[in-house]
Design a protein around this ligand. Structure first.
Ligand SMILES: Nc1ncnc2c1ncn2[C@@H]1O[C@H](COP(=O)(O)OP(=O)(O)OP(=O)(O)O)[C@@H](O)[C@H]1O
Length: 545
């Protein structure tokens, strides 16, 4: 049903037209069968009217079939396009914390495997519809031939559906288990990519990883899939047997207890045999449809429902950045990481802080004390569990959080560098970028043309400098650097703390710097010291200020 809803959302008019053409095509097929039956039962050559009817029906079948298939192919292709876009938008619109919980491997499995499973089924839905239309048209014809035999046939059909639905649920259960294993498999694939060096350098580690993780998971995945598919194979064989039993009953038993004209009997048999092919097609599609449903359920269970289109949030405020602001306040803000495998949850806060324009603020503290988490809360990437954030007297809530995030330029410790300077449309973008490339001593390595960087294949320190350039170009009121200087050489570290930060401050920017470089703490106007999620020391340099 979800699959149909997806197609319906793509274009109701298109789908209605396609289904209409499909029904016409099915009706034409049933009409052709009926004509053949009539001719066979008359035992004499076709009259002119019947010949023309036959030709007409063949033409109708040809055209309607073609129109229906083309329409449905367009529709399913558009559904796949929409699916890819909706899912990408949906992921980007989801809260960061939710995405972190799903994990990179989980998102990758959705974006590749689930989309593939849903798309490949969407491609076959057109042909499925046409085959269903043929079956319905043939059933109507059978009903017209003899109501009693039709009722018996329908009885068998229900028996078939009933005996199909129970194993189908079981098969779905195994496909679900296989899908869970797929997530684990993607986690291992990610380890292969990210842990290549560690795996190459240690033979035993590599062998253990391949044997105990990759192979074991792939094996379990295969086992669940084989069981699921086998259940379908058994059910579809049973369906075929049921079909032939019904034909046998019709041919050998029914005529004994109920008088059926020979013409009706042969028409019935012919039509029933004609039904084998579309019914087989429908049954062969069941495993794919079930897998697509499992994929859809998985996507929706992760809170990435595809049912509604995601629209870009319309700002309540002008998109122009607030150049003039007075304060940013965190009022009793908290965040908790619920850690299932650990005894205690990590609780950050309650945090009470107030930032003003043109300040340099250092956030310092030991590993795991909560600095990056605090940074995600300040920048609006995490929504506070409790407490409030105000920018001037504006309370930050769901309606303006998107606007609020646009006030920040940040380089996080796990930053990502785009090869194009996306979303920056200044006429002098190349000139400005070139100027910063010179200032950050990257001009001998990187050039820029039409906003495209010549390369991002650089050392980690150089890549961080490129990320810094992006923030310069964004030119937003508040800057955040999460251990930016940790990969810089001593000379550039010095330049960063003693030249670049004061320059930004002189431009009226507020700069939040997460740092372990105590040698440069004196640069800060004030300092936040984190310990186990709490702000321990504030205004360390109060005497200086
Ligand atoms: N994605 C996450 N899921 C669950 N818990 C997390 C996650 N990220 C961090 N934590 C927990 O939150 C605590 C604080 O992490 P955070 O990254 O904020 O520390 P930090 O001060 O920035 O550390 P570092 O100096 O090592 O970067 C950690 O001790 C960890 O237990």
């Amino acid at each position: 049903m979800n699959l149909i809803r997806l197609l319906l959302r793509t274009s109701t008019a298109f789908l209605s037209l396609a289904v209409l053409a499909g029904i016409l095509s099915g009706a034409a097929a049933a009409g052709i069968i009926a004509l053949i039956n009539i001719t066979l039962s008359q035992n004499q050559p076709l009259g002119t009217t019947l010949v023309w009817s036959f030709v007409g029906l063949c033409l109708l079948r040809l055209i309607a079939n073609f129109v229906s298939q083309v329409l449905l192919i367009h529709l399913s292709q558009k559904a796949v396009l929409d699916l890819r876009m909706v899912l990408s938008r949906r992921i980007l619109a989801s809260p960061l914390r939710q995405l972190e919980k799903i994990g990179a491997h989980g998102l990758l499995a959705i974006l590749t495997e689930d989309i593939q499973a849903i798309s490949s089924t969407a491609f076959t839905i057109p042909f499925l519809c046409i085959n269903i239309a043929i079956v319905i048209a043939c059933l109507i014809y059978l009903c017209y031939l003899s109501k009693i035999i039709f009722l018996i046939g329908i009885g068998f059909m229900f028996l078939g559906i009933l005996s199909y639905s129970v194993p189908m649920k079981k098969a779905m259960y195994f496909f679900k288990l296989a899908r869970e294993q797929e997530d684990r498999l993607f986690k291992h694939f990610r380890s292969i990519i990210q842990g290549t060096k560690e795996l190459k350098l240690h033979r035993q580690r590599r062998q253990a990883f391949l044997r105990e993780d990759v192979y074991a998971t792939a094996l379990t995945y295969r086992r669940y899939n084989v069981v699921g598919m086998s259940i379908f194979a058994a059910t579809s064989s049973w369906g075929q047997v049921l079909f032939f039993i019904s034909i046998g009953l019709l041919l050998f038993i029914l005529p004994i207890i109920y008088k059926i004209p020979a013409a009706t009997l042969s028409a019935y048999t012919l039509t029933t045999i004609y039904l084998i092919s579309p019914l087989e097609y429908i049954m062969s599609m069941m495993p794919n449809i079930t897998k697509a449903l499992v994929a859809l359920n998985k996507v929706e269970s992760l809170g990435l429902s595809l049912a509604d289109e995601v629209n870009e949030v319309n700002f309540n405020y002008s998109i122009n950045l607030d150049k003039e602001w007075n304060y940013l306040e965190l009022n009793n803000v908290t965040h908790t990481y619920y850690q299932e495998r650990e005894e205690k949850n990590f609780i950050l806060g309650p945090i009470n802080l107030k930032f003003q324009p043109g300040e340099i603020v250092f956030i310092v503290g030991g590993n795991g004390s909560g600095k990056s988490t605090l940074a995600k809360l300040i920048t609006g990437l995490y929504i506070p569990e409790t407490g409030k954030i105000y920018l001037d007297n504006r309370l930050i809530n769901n309606k303006n959080i998107e606007w609020y995030r646009q006030q920040f330029s940040a380089v996080f410790s796990d930053f990502y560098l785009f090869e194009r300077l996306l979303g920056l449309d200044s006429n002098e973008l190349d000139i400005q970028t070139q100027k910063y490339l010179v200032q950050l001593q990257l001009d001998h390595k990187v050039t820029v043309k039409n906003g495209v960087l010549s390369t991002t294949d650089l050392s980690q320190g150089q890549r961080k400098r490129l990320a810094l350039i992006t923030t310069y170009l964004e030119d937003r009121p508040i800057y955040l650097f999460d251990e930016w200087a940790s990969d810089q050489d001593p000379i550039f570290k010095e330049i960063f703390y003693t030249q670049l930060l004061p320059e930004l401050k002189n431009r009226g920017k507020t700069i939040l710097v997460i740092s372990h470089d105590d040698k440069y703490f004196h640069i800060a106007d004030w300092l936040i010291k984190m310990e186990y999620g709490k702000v321990k020391v504030e205004n360390l340099f109060s005497q200086k200020i």
